[in-house]
Write a protein that binds this ligand. Structure first.
Ligand code: ADP
Ligand code: ADP
Ligand code: MG
Length: 667
C-alpha cells in the first residue's frame, strides 16, 4: 500500500479522502489556493502546499504543478476527487508518465467516456441501450436542426464535454432551437472549453438511476447496486438514495450487468458510475453517460453495503484485487443523501455566497454521516461549488431513513447565507417523495408546495420572537445594572416599569408583509403578548445560549434563536424563520430606491447583452446574461420600460451588486 498520497482537490471530497487515508495509516499531502489557506482540508492533511490564486485555472487545475508537488513530497499516488482534473485524460496520462499513480481509471478509459457523443458511439457498439438522438461529429447548425426534427420535440441539447448539469437546454419548439443551441454552446465553451453538443430525445417523466461499478487490474468487475438520483434541480442532483425505490431484483441485475459491460468495453479500472435514464412509462432504461471517478453521492452506496469506496480505490490503484466478489455484496437497509447548498430555492436555486456566521449540525452517529469541507466562520466563495455539506442517513428501510433525514435536517442551524435546508426538509416530507414515486420532474411539478411564497410570520412566531427579545432586554439590563453605581435605579430595570401607566413594552419586527408590532404586557408569571388583536399568554421557562424553553397558551415548546446583525433567526417547528428587528425611530432613513437599476446577483462575467440602449422592453424580457459559478444567469426586466444605458459589455467582469443596465420603467 502507498505510504503517502496527494489529494488534488478541495472541500468535502478532499476531507473525505484524507479520512480514509488516515484510517489506513497513509500520510496525506493537501493542496490549496490562496482562497483556501484556512480551509478544513488544509488543516486535516499532514502537509499542504499552495498552488496559486483562487481561480481553478490558476490553482486546482494546474496539472504539472500537482505532479511536481507529488514528486517533491514523495507522494506515490494522486487522488483527484471529483470535478477539477478527475476526468482529465491528459492529467491521468501525465501522472502515469511521471511515475505517479493516478487513483482512477487508465487515461484511455477516461478518453473513451470523456465525450458524451463518443461514449454513446462506443456504447452503441457494446449493445448498451441508448436514448434516441444525434451524437455525431458534424456540428453544422442546419444539420443539428434537421436531426432535431427527426428525433421529434421535446429534445435536450447537451454539451458533449458536459458535467454538473451545465450546458444543457431543453427545446420544446423548432423556433427556439437556434437560440437554445447558441446558449448551450456558449455555456459549454465557457465551462469545458469545447462547444460540441449532442441532441437527444427529452424523456418527460424519467428517473435517474445509476450503477456504481468497480473494476480491478485483474479483469474483475462488480456492481455495488444502484442509486436513484431523480430529485434534481437544474439537472443537478439534490437528493440521492440507495437502493432505488421500487427496483426489482431482475431490473437491478440487468442494469448492473449492462453497467459492467460498459466498464469492460473500455478496459475500466477503479470506481465508476454508469448513469441510466429510466423511462417510468415504459420501464426501459437507457445509457446516459459514464462518470469515470468517485461520485458525489457515493456515501449512500457505502451506507447500504458497509464498504469504504475510497479504500477500495486505494487498494485497486495499488494493484490489489477487488475486496469482494459480486456474490459477497449485499444491500442492507436504505440510505439517503441530501446536498446542503448555499443557494436560494426561491430565486431558481441561484447559488449564494457569504459567511457561515453560524453552522451547527446534527450529531453524527452510526446512522448519521456528514461530509463537509467547511466549519463555522468559513466563507462560501464565488470561486467554487457552493455545497456546504452532504448529510447522509441510514435506516432499516426507506420510511425509517426518511424519518431520520427529516429529524437531522431540522437540527441544522445555518445563519449568514441562504441555504436549501428548509427546501430539503419540505421535499423529504412531501408525499410525492415519501411514496417513492420519484422522477426528475418532481421538484418542478411540486414547486408551489416545495418553495412556498414567503408568508407573513404567524402570531405564534411573533410571540416567540418577542419572548426572545424580552429575554435579551432583561439580559442587557442585568449587565447594565452590574456595571452601574446605582444598581437599584428604576432606569436600570427591565420589568417594563412605567410612570402612570400599565407596564408594557412595544416590540417592532418586520417581515415580507411589512411592519409587525407586538405589545408585551408584564404579568407576575409571564406576559400577555398582544399581536394584531390577538392576545397570547407566554412564559419563558428557560433560556441558555439562545435556546428557549417557553409556554405559549399552555403549550410548552423549544426554539433556537440566533441574532445576526439586525435579523432574528428562529428555528422552531422544524423550520427556519427570519425576522428583521427594527427601531421605528431610525426606520425609513436608509430605504433604497432600486427601480430602474438591475444589479449582478453575484460576481461574474457578462456573456451576452441582449438589448441595445434606446430599446423598449417588456416585463420579463431577458436583458443580459451573466456567467457566475459556472452557470448562466439571465437578468430580465422587472417591468416594461426603456433601456437608457448599458453599463457593461460582453467579457467584462462585474462584482456582486454592480449595476449592469439602466432601465427607465416610468412610462
Ligand atoms: P455527480 O453526478 O457526482 O453529481 P456531476 O457530473 O453532476 O457529478 O458533476 C461533477 C461534480 O464535480 C459536481 O458534483 C460538482 O461538485 C463538481 N464540479 C462541477 N463543476 C465543478 C467546477 N467547476 N469546479 C469544481 N468542481 C466542480
Ligand atoms: P451531466 O454530465 O451534467 O451529469 P447527464 O447527461 O448525466 O449530464 O444528465 C444530467 C441530468 O439531466 C439527468 O440526471 C437527467 O435528469 C437529465 N437528463 C439527461 N438526459 C435526459 C433525457 N434524454 N431526457 C430527460 N432528462 C434527461
Ligand atoms: Mg450525469
Amino acid at each position: 500500500m502507498f505510504d503517502k498520497i496527494l489529494i488534488a482537490n478541495r472541500g468535502e471530497i478532499a476531507c473525505r479522502v484524507i479520512h480514509t487515508a488516515k484510517k489506513l495509516g497513509i500520510r496525506t499531502v493537501a493542496v490549496y489556493s490562496e482562497a483556501d489557506a484556512q480551509a478544513r482540508h488544509v488543516k486535516l492533511a499532514d502537509e499542504a502546499w499552495l498552488l496559486g490564486p483562487a481561480a481553478p485555472k490558476a490553482s486546482y487545475l494546474l496539472g504539472d504543478k500537482l505532479i511536481e508537488i507529488a514528486k517533491a513530497t514523495g507522494a506515490q499516488a494522486i487522488h483527484p476527487g471529483y470535478g477539477f482534473l478527475s476526468e482529465n485524460e491528459e492529467f491521468a496520462a501525465a501522472c502515469e508518465a511521471a511515475g505517479v499513480v493516478f487513483i482512477g481509471p487508465p487515461a484511455s478509459s477516461i478518453a473513451a467516456m470523456g465525450s458524451k457523443s463518443a461514449a454513446k458511439q462506443l456504447m452503441e457498439r457494446a449493445l448498451v441501450p441508448l436514448v434516441p438522438g444525434y451524437h455525431g461529429d458534424d456540428q453544422d447548425p442546419a444539420l443539428l436542426a434537421r436531426e432535431t426534427e427527426r428525433i421529434g420535440f421535446p429534445v435536450l441539447i447537451k454539451a458533449s464535454a458536459g458535467g454538473g448539469g451545465k450546458g444543457m437546454k431543453i427545446v420544446e419548439r423548432a423556433e427556439d432551437f437556434a437560440a437554445q443551441l447558441a446558449s448551450a454552446q456558449r455555456e459549454a465553451l465557457a465551462s469545458f472549453g469545447d462547444d460540441k453538443v449532442l441532441v437527444e430525445k427529452y424523456l418527460t417523466k424519467p428517473r435517474h438511476v445509476e450503477i456504481q461499478v468497480f473494476a480491478d487490474q485483474h479483469e474483475n468487475c462488480v456492481y455495488l447496486f444502484e442509486r436513484d438520483c431523480s430529485v434534481q434541480r437544474r439537472h443537478q442532483k439534490v437528493l440521492e438514495e440507495a437502493p432505488a425505490p421500487g427496483m426489482s431484483e431482475e431490473r437491478r441485475r440487468q442494469m448492473g450487468e449492462a453497467a459492467c459491460n460498459a466498464a469492460r468495453a473500455i478496459g475500466y479500472v477503479g470506481a465508476g458510475t454508469v448513469e441510466f435514464i429510466l423511462d417510468t412509462l415504459t420501464g426501459e432504461f437507457y445509457f446516459m453517460e459514464m462518470n469515470t471517478r468517485l461520485q458525489v453521492e457515493h456515501p449512500v452506496t457505502e451506507m447500504i453495503t458497509g464498504q469504504d469506496l475510497v479504500e477500495w480505490q486505494l487498494r485497486v490503484a495499488d494493484g490489489e484485487r477487488l475486496p469482494l466478489l459480486q456474490e459477497e455484496l449485499h444491500i442492507h437497509g436504505h440510505a439517503l443523501e441530501a446536498r446542503i447548498y448555499a443557494e436560494d430555492p426561491a430565486k431558481d436555486f441561484l447559488p449564494a455566497i457569504g459567511h457561515l456566521h453560524v453552522l451547527r449540525t446534527p450529531q453524527v452517529s452510526q446512522t448519521i454521516r456528514i461530509d463537509s469541507g467547511v466549519v463555522e466562520g468559513d466563507e462560501i466563495s464565488p470561486y467554487y461549488d457552493p455545497m456546504i455539506a452532504k448529510l447522509i442517513v441510514w435506516g432499516e428501510d426507506r420510511p425509517a431513513a426518511l424519518r431520520r433525514m427529516r429529524q437531522a435536517l431540522s437540527e441544522y442551524r445555518i445563519v449568514g447565507l441562504t441555504t436549501n435546508v428548509d427546501f430539503l426538509a419540505t421535499t423529504v416530507a412531501h408525499p410525492a417523495f415519501a411514496t417513492g414515486n420519484v422522477d426528475t420532474g418532481l421538484i418542478a411539478r411540486h414547486r408551489a408546495e416545495l418553495i412556498p411564497a414567503e408568508q407573513a410570520v404567524s402570531h405564534d412566531l411573533l410571540a416567540i420572537a418577542s419572548l426572545a427579545e424580552l429575554a435579551e432586554i432583561t439580559r442587557l439590563a442585568a449587565l447594565r445594572r452590574a456595571q452601574s453605581n446605582d444598581p437599584t435605579s428604576p432606569w436600570n430595570d427591565a420589568a417594563g416599569w412605567r410612570l402612570n401607566e400599565a407596564t408594557h413594552t412595544e416590540l417592532h419586527f418586520r417581515d415580507t408583509s411589512g411592519d409587525r408590532i407586538a405589545l408585551a404586557h408584564y404579568r407576575c408569571d409571564g406576559f400577555i403578548i398582544e399581536i394584531e388583536g390577538e392576545s397570547i399568554a407566554c412564559k419563558l421557562l428557560q433560556e441558555s445560549h439562545g435556546q428557549l424553553r417557553f409556554d405559549l397558551n399552555g403549550r410548552q415548546l423549544t426554539a433556537d434563536v440566533i441574532r445576526h446583525e439586525n435579523e432574528l433567526h428562529l428555528f422552531v417547528f422544524g423550520r427556519h424563520h427570519v425576522l428583521q428587528r427594527f427601531d421605528p425611530v431610525l426606520d425609513g432613513l436608509d430605504e433604497q430606491d432600486d427601480t430602474g437599476s438591475l444589479r449582478a446577483p453575484m460576481p461574474g462575467t457578462v456573456v451576452a447583452v441582449l438589448v441595445t440602449a434606446g430599446q423598449t422592453v417588456e416585463k420579463g424580457q431577458p436583458l443580459i446574461v451573466l456567467e457566475a459559478m459556472k452557470m448562466e444567469h439571465t437578468i430580465a426586466a422587472p417591468a416594461a420600460g426603456l433601456v437608457t444605458e448599458l453599463l457593461y459589455q460582453v467579457g467584462e467582469r462585474v462584482n456582486e451588486g454592480t449595476e449592469l443596465i439602466l432601465l427607465n420603467t416610468e412610462t
